[in-house]
Ligand binder design. Structure first.
Ligand SMILES: [Fe+2]
Ligand SMILES: [Fe+2]
Length: 159
């Protein structure tokens, strides 16, 4: 749940960063809406972490700042590229959440319900990005994103 929490910190920052520089007002609106849903996800993860007697990652401000800059930077490349970045991010997030669902004990129904709902909404975010004209990113960029996500999830797990 710490990893998911860190992911949601980054997710809302990513959407806010993109919204701040979006050229198309409809896309800006879509980014703000997604950011609001990521904020809900963040609140659910935070509550669940507390219920489990854990602490969120101490790196949260760094996840936030890093993702905001990436969101804004990719937004500056143009909406189709930043939408492509979002579509790929959400796709990778869905893969991660599916793996997490597989690993969660069947009796932890509360965590499962949270992860399942998030997963469905992330899929929706990805589909909206594609519908709004997301470009398909070059393969090496996708690989780099996967590597970055791996470093981030490992770090958030421990620190
Ligand atoms: Fe999310
Ligand atoms: Fe999302």
């Amino acid at each position: 749940m710490r990893v998911n929490h860190a992911g949601e910190v980054a997710a809302q920052a990513l959407y806010q960063g993109h919204a701040a520089v979006a050229r198309d007002s409809e896309i800006e609106q879509q980014m703000r809406q997604a950011a609001a849903e990521e904020l809900d996800h963040l609140a659910w993860c935070e509550q669940r972490i507390q219920e489990l007697g854990e602490e969120p990652s101490r790196m949260s401000p760094i996840w936030y700042a890093g993702a905001y800059v990436i969101g804004a930077a990719s937004g500056l490349l143009g909406d189709k590229w930043s939408l492509g970045f979002i579509a790929e991010t959400e796709r990778q997030v869905c893969v991660h959440l599916d793996e997490h669902l597989d690993g969660l004990p069947a009796e932890d129904t509360r965590s499962r319900a949270i992860v399942k709902t998030m997963r469905d909404e992330e899929a929706q975010h990805g589909a909206s990005a594609v519908a709004a004209g997301a470009a398909d990113l070059p393969g090496p960029v996708k690989t780099l994103m996967r590597l970055t996500a791996k470093i981030m999830t490992r770090t958030a797990y421990w620190v």
